[in-house]
Design a protein around this ligand. Sequence first.
Ligand SMILES: [Zn+2]
Length: 307
Amino acid sequence: MEQQGTFFDPIDKLSGRVKEQMKKRLPENFSPSDSEYITSDKKFVLCKKCGLPRYALEYNIFTKCEMYNRKQCDCDREDELRKFNEERAREKALYYDSPVFLRSVGEKYRNARFNDIPTEGCDSTYLFAKNQLERFLGGIESNLESGKGWYLWSEETGVGKTCLASCVRRELLDSGIPCVLMTDINIVNDCESRRFATGEFDYATYYDVKVLIIDDLGTDATTDGGRVSKLTNRWMNDIINQRYLNHKLTCFTSNFSKRSLMDIGFDKRIVDRIMEMAPAEMRITGRSFREQLDKAAREGREFDLAY
Ligand SMILES: [Zn+2]
């Protein structure tokens, strides 16, 4: 407290009127933060980290007296730049929240976040997967660097795979990391329809986007005679190969294990790539997620995932 008194000493030299004005201009109840200190001549408040002034006592030609001016030290500048870049990254990532990219996510899961999704009564394999995906997000920087993703599968449908993948998508976009979550069918249809057209985005998105989550890989094999179409095989081959070569982070959900992808008609080469790109394999065995949703529906309540 004593230090504050001495810090404001110059005011005492001024006339009453200017003094009143000056008091308004000085930071009220100023005390240096832990990261700064006042020099012994009271002329500067310096940053402990970079040594540059945060405040300097300077002659002001308008008030004709010395007053403390707020300065930016190097850390302040770095901080400002970092915040600016983070903000821009967030804005850029939100491009992937536009309707074209929501076809596989839908409004239901659009804003799903890990904290909002059901856990009560869900089985251990689902909870394990949820936990692993949260850990994946925790280490996202090194995962982006290594390009190592995950593979989430279950034989049953409706066990919560898309919900979990949607949470990963939302949390990545929130932190400014571009992410697309699309079913393989939607990706193939998109690529086909935009092959010869110039639209608001082109299929190169799937090669380039920082994180691509391919949802329901091989799903046309469940309706189409047990085999994926040649078209699906070709596009998946192309996209997965491009991303593999560029170490792009790629993740998958599927109703098939990695090992059985060849049985449904995917080339061995794609399967080998997937093995390498998504080494973490998680399997959900229970049906309890769907049961929780059904129970909620029967009781007339819905999980509040979209807001
Ligand atoms: Zn500094």
